[in-house]
Design a protein around this ligand. Structure first.
Ligand SMILES: N[C@@H](CCC(=O)N[C@@H](CS)C(=O)NCC(=O)O)C(=O)O
Length: 204
């Protein structure tokens, strides 16, 4: 049974497009387009999962949402040779899990709020400064980590890199890597990977 990824344009689903390309398992990508006014997903996604968000992965009878859960599912079931994730007994394992979840957690949230709040007038609102401080803290945490390790989990490329890639690509597009040399170097290294290029061909 072929894996099926329900992929929304310009979304964090690109992380799973990349991860599937790295994994090299046969799969199909079903494309959905955001509403041009609301930016929301089309109602067709609600037929697959009650949250109606992307990414969504179908594997036979299994439907699974949440990028972190999808990544862990794919690694547990298909990366049996541990090419893209560390073995649970490895010292890299806790760091790997931390970044897999940080990709939707503390380091992602300030950037996400910025996207939401960019649609309203925040002039003079103290939340603006709080968000900027949180974004700075997240970017500095990533930069410090990548100054110490070549990849998010440590010495080896893993699914954690795929999950963090979306946020870093967004930061780069907004000029956020200009004073983050280690993060910039990591992104350039990722952009040279054939699977990254496949992801770009699929379209983000
Ligand atoms: N925490 C979820 C978030 C999923 C999510 O919000 N996806 C966005 C795309 S970036 C979406 O589908 N937005 C369209 C909508 O909410 O209608 C995950 O990690 O997959």
């Amino acid at each position: 049974m072929t894996l099926k990824l329900h992929h929304l344009n310009a979304s964090r689903s690109q992380r799973i497009v990349w991860l599937l390309a790295e994994l090299g398992v046969p799969h199909e990508i079903v494309h959905y387009k955001r509403n041009e006014v609301t930016n929301l997903a089309p109602p067709e996604l609600l037929k697959i999962h009650p949250m109606g968000k992307s990414p969504l992965l179908e594997d036979g009878d299994v439907v699974i949402a949440e990028t972190g859960a999808i990544a862990e599912y794919l690694m547990g079931k298909y990366d049996t040779a541990f090419q893209l994730h560390p073995r649970p007994g490895s010292p890299d394992f806790p760091r790997y899990l931390e970044w897999i979840h940080a990709a939707e957690g503390a380091v992602f949230l300030p950037g996400l709020l910025q996207v939401y709040f960019s649609r309203v007038d925040m002039t003079g609102n103290p939340v603006q400064a709080m968000m900027a401080a949180e974004r700075e803290k997240a970017a500095a945490t990533i930069e410090a980590h990548l100054s110490k390790y070549p990849y998010f989990a440590g010495e080896h490329f893993t699914a954690a890199d795929c999950l963090m890639g979306f946020q870093i690509l967004m930061a780069s597009a907004q000029g956020g890597l200009d004073n983050r040399p280690a993060t910039k170097a990591w992104l350039e290294k990722m952009q040279a990977r054939p699977a990254w290029q496949k992801m770009m061909e699929v379209g983000i």
